[in-house]
Design a protein around this ligand. Structure first.
Ligand code: PMP
Length: 390
C-alpha cells in the first residue's frame, strides 16, 4: 500500500465547479465589462520580455495618455488595484518627515492620509462631511499654512457621489511649490479631466469602473515637476515593488534598455478597454455618462427619493448617491434588490455608511435601459421593504 506524502488533502471546495453568477453590477464598481474585454482575457499569454508585450505596453501607455489628456512620458500602469496607484503616488513623491495636505470629504482622502502617515509623512487634513467640497480659497489658505510638498484631492468621491471642481487648483499648488495629486479611480471616462491643462502633477485611476476592465491594473502618470521631485530624493521609497525608478525603466519611460522587468497584470483585457475608449472618444463617453446619470436622477426623484448631493453640477456621473429614505432599512433594501433582481447596489463607505445608497452606471453599463431596470428594482424595494407597514 503506497503511503501518500502529502498531509494536506486537495480542498473539496476546489473540486466543485466555479460559481460566478451573472449579476447586474450597478454599484460603485467593479462594473460589468463588454464581451470583447472578457474575450481578451482568453487570449494566449505572452512573455513579459517578448516584443509583442512591449507593443502592448506602448498601446496601454498611449491609451492612458489619451484618457488622462497628457503628454507625460512617465505614464505607466501598475499591477494592482486602485490602492496600488495611491501608494505608488505617495511613496514616490513624498519622503518621511515632509508635509502632506489631504482633502478629506469621504473615504478616499482618509485612506490617502493613512497611507502618508504610515510612510512617515507629516499629514495635515482639511475635513468636510461626505459630499462637501473645498473652495479654491480654502485650499490656498491651507497650502499657505502647512506648506505641503503634496496636496491630494479626489476628483470622483465615490463614497459620497461628488465630482469635485478642478479648475485653478493646479495653479495654486504650482504657485506654492507643491505637487497636485488627483484620484480619478471612479471618474475617469465618466467626467472630464485634463491632466496637462489643469496642471495636475500626478494622476491615477483604476481599471474596473468606467474603463470597463477587470480590477487589477491601475494607470498612473507623473509630469516633469513630479519626476524632478521623485527622482531627486535623499531616501529610497519604502516599497521596492512600487519604486518608480524600476517601473519607469520597465515601461520604457527613461529611454534606457529594460533592466528591471516584472510581469504585468491583465494586458489583454486592459488594452481592449482602452481601445474601446479611443473608438468611442472621451467627449462622447463624458456626454453619455452625463445624459444617463441625469435620466437616472430624474427617475429617482420621480420615485420620491432624495439625491444626496443637492448641487446638480457636482453630482458624479458614474456613481449616484441617494439619501436613505425615511422608514426604511438600507441593508434590507439592498439585500432585497440583490435577491429579487440579481442587481448590486451598495450602501455608503467609510464616513458615508448609513447616509447613502449608491447606484453606479458606468462604461458598458451606462445605458438608459439599465437606469430603467435600476429604477424598477428600487420601486419594488420601496413597495416591499417599508418598515412601518400600515
Ligand atoms: N479611489 C476611489 C475614488 C475609488 O472609488 C476606489 C474604489 N472604489 C479606490 C480609490 C480604490 O480602488 P481599488 O478598489 O481598485 O483598490
Amino acid at each position: 500500500r503506497s503511503m501518500s506524502s502529502v498531509t494536506v488533502p486537495p480542498p473539496a471546495c476546489l473540486l466543485r465547479p466555479l460559481e460566478a453568477p451573472l449579476r447586474y453590477l450597478f454599484g460603485p464598481g467593479p462594473s460589468n465589462v463588454p464581451p470583447r474585454v472578457l474575450a481578451a482575457g482568453g487570449r494566449p499569454i505572452i512573455g513579459h520580455l517578448h516584443p509583442e508585450m512591449y507593443g502592448i505596453m506602448n498601446d496601454i501607455k498611449k491609451g492612458i495618455q489619451y484618457a488622462f489628456q497628457t503628454e507625460n512620458k512617465m505614464t505607466i500602469s501598475m499591477s494592482g488595484s486602485g490602492h496600488a496607484a495611491m501608494e505608488c503616488a505617495v511613496f514616490n513623491a513624498v519622503e518621511p518627515g515632509e508635509s502632506v495636505l489631504v482633502a478629506v470629504n469621504g473615504i478616499w482622502g482618509e485612506r490617502v492620509a493613512e497611507i502618508a502617515e504610515r510612510m512617515g509623512a507629516n499629514v495635515h487634513k482639511m475635513v468636510k462631511a461626505p459630499g462637501g467640497y473645498f473652495t479654491n480659497k480654502e485650499i490656498e489658505q491651507a497650502v499657505e499654512k502647512h506648506k505641503p510638498v503634496l496636496f491630494f484631492l479626489t476628483h470622483g468621491e465615490s463614497s459620497a457621489g461628488l465630482c469635485h471642481p478642478m479648475d485653478g487648483i493646479g495653479d495654486i499648488c504650482r504657485k506654492h511649490n507643491c505637487l497636485f495629486l488627483v484620484d480619478t479611480v471612479a471618474s475617469l471616462g465618466a467626467a472630464p479631466i485634463y491632466m496637462d491643462k489643469q496642471s495636475i502633477d500626478i494622476l491615477y485611476t483604476g481599471s474596473q469602473k468606467a474603463l470597463n476592465a477587470p480590477p487589477g491594473t491601475a494607470p498612473i502618470s507623473f509630469n516633469e515637476r513630479a519626476c524632478q521631485k521623485m527622482f531627486n530624493r535623499k531616501t529610497k521609497p519604502v516599497s521596492y515593488l512600487f519604486d518608480m525608478t524600476h517601473l519607469s525603466n520597465y515601461w520604457g519611460c527613461d529611454g534606457k534598455p529594460a533592466r528591471a522587468p516584472s510581469d504585468i497584470a491583465l494586458p489583454g483585457p486592459y488594452v481592449e478597454s482602452l481601445a474601446i475608449l479611443a473608438e468611442t472618444g472621451l467627449e462622447e463617453s463624458w456626454r453619455k455618462h452625463k445624459e444617463v446619470s441625469g435620466y437616472l436622477q430624474r427617475g429617482l426623484e420621480d420615485l420620491g427619493l432624495k439625491l444626496f448631493i443637492p448641487e446638480r453640477d457636482l453630482r458624479l456621473p458614474s456613481v449616484t448617491t441617494i439619501a436613505i429614505p425615511e422608514g426604511y432599512d438600507w441593508r434590507e433594501m439592498l439585500v432585497y434588490i440583490m435577491k429579487n433582481h440579481q442587481m448590486e447596489m451598495t450602501g455608503g463607505l467609510g464616513p458615508s455608511i448609513g447616509m447613502v445608497m449608491r447606484i453606479g452606471l458606468m462604461g458598458y453599463n451606462c445605458e438608459k435601459t439599465n437606469a430603467d431596470m435600476a429604477l424598477q428594482a428600487l420601486a419594488d424595494a420601496l413597495k416591499n421593504c417599508k418598515k412601518t407597514r400600515g
